[in-house]
Design a protein around this ligand. Structure first.
Ligand SMILES: Cc1cc2nc3c(=O)[nH]c(=O)nc-3n(C[C@H](O)[C@H](O)[C@H](O)COP(=O)(O)OP(=O)(O)OC[C@H]3O[C@@H](n4cnc5c(N)ncnc54)[C@H](O)[C@@H]3O)c2cc1C
Length: 471
């Protein structure tokens, strides 16, 4: 049965008895219905998505999540799982008639195992807290992103987040060992083993990574931790274009240094950050683009990096090197998202794409050309984790009436360059109309089969990811 048919067959019971049943499970204080109180859960970070909900429910543990889901399942009420609400594609924003299930109270860190190098924690624990807990044992959490103070472990699993350390440690899927999740009928699935080698059947934790709340609600995770590099150096180099940055990154790698992070920014982006924060321009003479590369090596990182840089005068216009963590240099990159939002006169059209490294320069050039030709008033701001092929295309001052056409234009160009319309933020509401640009018909049909077998009543995040699961 298709999810659409099931959604139509739903008979919502939005009466007081339903809310009372939720309150009985989580306590009255944790069923929010006051429009002022739920506003922070029904609007997203970008200001582009404004939803509505019957209530926001905040369970404290897996048993409560299970009971809430069972109650919604029986009443046919859709559920929007939500963690830190930092998602950039509208996936955590409810449509009218839904319940927001907030995981923020699932916030206990159960164990940090310094020998097995794992952390077991609730889905509502933030990335920053997980990292702090790991640091207490000389370890680090492998995912790092500018939203870490609010983004939750459940959220990064659900979106399969990448972030600044992906080039070093892989995406969130690569860090998951075990998962506990509540399925659409309220049953609890636990795939919980610290084994790195365990090939019994389908990779369910891997499937839930990137499922954007459409298959199950993640309640607990068991994730790998990493050993932090002890001697890191950060270079910020002005370059002419992205190809020079890619060549520089390649030379750094070939010298034997380990690339911990590699980011690209434009001069416009740096100017914006300097206008909106107290950051200062890095060099007297601006360059068209800047790359920030963080490196490590078992020894003499600084000497090795300086050697590469002095042999790369053909690629670099200017450069500065600082020992890690080099917060000031990183601020120039990490303040981009906030500065962009603050500077645009309209909600920013945020596209997060990836293209093969070999065509990245051509893609950026074509993108600029097409935007200048067809969307004169739109200000493009490009930055991102370029060594993974990932560019965040932010389009400022774009009237909402042209957002669809603008997205269409960029995605067609991405597709023509054999890229992906979602590198790391997911599909959510924002990109579901374009999913066919990223997957074949058979592939989409297979995903729909998975969705309908895991969530036959279509109550988990309808309208997200797969366009036919309307909410
Ligand atoms: C300043 C800034 C910087 C960012 N940088 C990056 C970056 O570098 N890399 C990157 O990948 N992303 C980045 N993001 C996007 C965002 O932080 C990530 O997508 C993050 O993983 C979302 O986590 P969250 O807890 O806020 O999830 P939410 O926004 O609450 O939800 C996101 C999606 O996951 C689902 N979900 C949330 N929790 C659960 C759960 N427990 N079970 C099932 N489904 C769930 C929601 O339904 C929704 O579909 C950035 C965002 C901001 C604002």
């Amino acid at each position: 049965m298709s999810p659409r048919t099931l959604v139509e067959a739903r008979e919502p019971a939005t009466d007081a008895r339903f809310l009372d049943a939720l309150a009985e499970i989580v306590g009255e204080a944790h069923v929010l219905t006051d429009p002022e109180l739920i506003e922070g859960y029904t609007r997203d970070w970008t200001g582009r998505w404004i939803g509505d909900a019957i209530a926001v429910v905040r369970p404290a543990d897996t048993a409560e999540v299970s009971a809430v889901v069972t109650t919604c399942f029986e009443a046919g009420i859709p559920i929007t799982p939500q963690g830190g609400n930092t998602g950039l594609v509208g996936g955590g924003i409810p449509s009218a008639g839904s319940v927001v299930l907030s995981t923020r109270r699932l916030d206990s860190i159960e164990t940090v195992d310094p020998i097995g190098r794992t952390i077991a924690a609730g889905a509502g624990v933030t990335v920053a807290r997980a990292d702090l807990a790991a640091s207490a044992h000389g370890l680090r959490f492998g995912i790092d992103l500018a939203s870490k103070e609010s983004a939750t472990l459940g959220g990064i699993v659900a979106t399969n987040a990448g972030g600044t350390r992906m080039v070093r440690y892989g995406n969130t899927r690569a860090q998951i060992l075990g998962i506990e999740a509540v399925l659409a009928d309220g049953s609890v699935l636990s795939r919980w083993t610290p084994l790195v080698k365990d090939n019994v059947g389908y990779d369910i934790p891997g499937l839930l990574a990137g499922s954007e709340g459409t298959l199950a609600i993640v309640t607990k995770v068991l994730m790998k931790l990493v050993t932090p590099a002890t001697d890191t150096q950060v270079v910020l180099a002005g370059v002419r274009d992205v190809d020079q940055a890619l060549h520089l990154c390649n030379r750094v790698r070939q010298s034997g240094l380990t690339v911990e992070a590699a980011e690209i920014m434009t001069d416009d982006g740096i100017s914006l950050v300097c206008a909106h924060t107290d950051a200062r321009r890095p060099f007297g003479t601006p360059s068209p683009m800047y790359t920030l590369i963080e490196v490590s090596s078992p020894r003499e990182t600084e000497e090795s990096l300086l050697e590469v840089l002095s042999a790369s005068a053909d690629l670099i216009e200017d450069a500065t090197v600082e020992p890690g963590p080099a917060r000031k240099l990183w601020t120039l990159r990490e303040s981009h998202t906030e500065s962009i939002s603050a500077s645009s006169t309209t909600p920013v059209v945020k596209l997060d794409i990836s293209v093969p490294l070999s065509v990245m320069g051509m893609f950026i050039e074509s993108l600029r050309e097409v935007l200048t030709e067809r969307f004169v008033h739109v200000r493009p701001m490009l930055f991102g984790h370029f060594a993974d092929g990932n560019i965040h295309v932010n389009l400022l001052d774009a009237e909402p009436s042209i957002a669809h056409e603008l997205t269409d234009t960029v995605f067609e160009l991405v597709s023509a360059h054999h890229g992906s319309i979602s590198a790391e933020h997911g599909i959510g509401r924002a990109k579901s109309p374009w999913i066919a640009l990223g997957r074949t018909e058979t592939d989409i049909a297979a995903m729909k089969l998975i969705k309908s077998s895991w969530d036959p009543r279509g109550i988990l995040n309808p309208g997200i990811l797969l366009p036919e699961t309307v909410g």
